[in-house]
Design a binder for this molecule. Structure first.
Ligand code: UD1
Length: 422
């Protein structure tokens, strides 16, 4: 019987050199469903070669769209023959963002049935705001027997007030509203870079979306959307992961093709730790030599410190001098990576939604299990810092969201590989 795939990392090598960031995962998974709203073929460029993108390509095909896609190359979608309104259970389970098909299909054909999605187990992930948003713009929407259903004979648009800032529900309402008969205003909208990118993609097809990047987004419905060619923005979280990896290994890395302003919250924290960070137009240089100080971080919605970087960052903090405090305010199960890193010698206590990390001077390689995508990234960071060999299992989480991560790290001098465990 074949063994289980694992990643092997021999820690201790400072990362050095230059690396290119891939296209953004979170923007890709919103823009691909959005292509269904188009009335002509459209082309999406700069997509990362990751499992979430492959799953969405399968979903578009399942719905009847004609899709040309070679991983790593542009995606061409001709949605004109897409008659389907139902995503299969199997495909919906492959990624969290399959629920964007709810908004995209409602906007396209007035009906959508999407099984409650899979994705990372990082805490309770309710969908009440998505459903409330659909209702506010004139749809019937409910969750029944684990299936999200929405339908409308005429989407009127309307005012949507979110109870909390939610990326997913903001995206879903934007998708449903672009071709509504009237105007939609989303209050308390998410401001993440991928919300702006989605708005830019929709506007490049002739949509009328204003205010993305602020907390009020105004969408005037249009009758039809024309074809476009659009390149998604670089991945904010991959950029951050590489910055943290450079700092963690006391390395000197230039990360190219990124948007430095998207990284301001992380950059500020790395500077506070004593890491040197320099921004250029579309590159960031991180130099991590020297001692690193403990810090306090609290996850917040954009432009605050992103929850998706909390996990890799808290791995780095396990070796910072002093006691760091990490408060997770967005998801309630986002410290499971720290239980794994404890096996390597980290000193961590978790009290409710706060992790108290006493920095140690050594971590030791150990067998570890990734429990979600960014937890996987955190384990890689810990492995890069540790003495000896770290084995990481459940790599499918990492492959969902990081394009060829070990090739990128290897090109910077990391000793990292994959094999099948005995
Ligand atoms: C998105 C990102 C994910 C990131 C997260 C927070 C994508 C594909 N994923 O996830 O990487 O970690 O934003 O930045 O872009 N909530 C409700 N009811 C709802 C919706 C959300 O209570 O209907 C709560 C959630 O439980 C959570 C908070 O709102 O506590 C934020 O969630 P949300 O922003 O919606 O996260 P996702 O869109 O799932």
């Amino acid at each position: 019987m074949a063994g289980k795939e694992r990643m092997l990392i021999t820690g201790g090598n400072p990362l050095e050199g230059e690396v290119q960031v891939s296209g953004g995962k979170n923007t890709a998974v919103a823009v691909i469903p959005a292509s269904l709203l188009c009335d002509e073929p459209c082309v999406i460029e700069n997509l990362p070669d990751i499992e979430d993108v492959r799953a969405l390509v399968d979903i578009l095909r399942e719905l009847g769209a004609k899709v040309d896609y070679e991983p790593g190359a542009a995606l061409r979608v001709d949605p004109r023959g897409a008659e389907g309104d139902t995503v299969s259970y199997h495909n919906a389970q492959r990624l969290r963002a399959s629920y964007y098909l709810l908004g995209a299909l409602l906007g396209r054909c007035g009906r959508a049935n999407v099984p409650i999605p899979g994705g990372c187990e990082i805490g309770t992930r309710p969908v009440d705001q998505h459903l409330k948003g659909m209702r506010a713009i004139g749809a019937e929407a409910e969750e029944r027997r684990q299936i999200l259903r929405a339908s409308s004979d005429c989407l009127t648009g309307g005012d949507v007030f979110f109870d909390m800032v939610t990326v997913g529900a903001t995206v879903n309402v934007m998708l449903a509203a672009v071709k509504a008969k009237g105007t939609t205003v989303i209050y308390n909208a998410a401001k993440e870079p991928h919300i702006v990118d989605l708005a830019n993609f929709l506007n490049s097809m002739g949509a009328r979306v204003k205010g993305a990047g602020t907390d009020t987004i105004r969408i005037r419905g249009v009758q039809s959307l024309h074809g476009t060619t659009y390149a998604v923005i670089p991945d904010q979280i991959e950029t951050g992961t590489l910055m943290i990896a450079a700092a963690a290994t006391s390395g000197d890395v230039i990360i190219r093709g990124c948007i430095p302003t998207h990284m301001d919250a992380l950059t500020a924290k790395l500077l506070e730790m004593g890491v040197r960070v320099n921004d250029y137009d579309d590159a960031i240089r991180v130099r991590g030599a020297g001692p690193k100080r403990a810090i306090h971080i609290k996850t917040q919605v954009y432009p605050g410190f992103p929850t998706d970087l909390q996990q890799p960052m808290s791995a780095l903090l396990t070796m910072a001098k002093g006691t760091s405090i990490v408060e997770e305010t967005i998801f309630d199960k986002r410290f499971r990576h720290l239980s794994e890193i404890r096996r390597m010698g980290a000193q961590v206590r978790v009290v409710g939604q706060t992790a108290i990390i006493d920095g140690v001077t050594e971590l030791y390689g150990a067998p570890l299990t990734a429990t979600d995508l960014r937890a996987g990234a955190a384990l890689i960071i810990a492995g890069l810092m540790a003495r000896g060999v770290t084995e990481i299992y459940e790599l499918e989480y990492i492959d969902r969201g990081y394009e060829h991560i070990e090739n990128k790290l290897r090109s910077l001098g990391a000793v990292i590989s994959r094999d099948l465990a005995e």
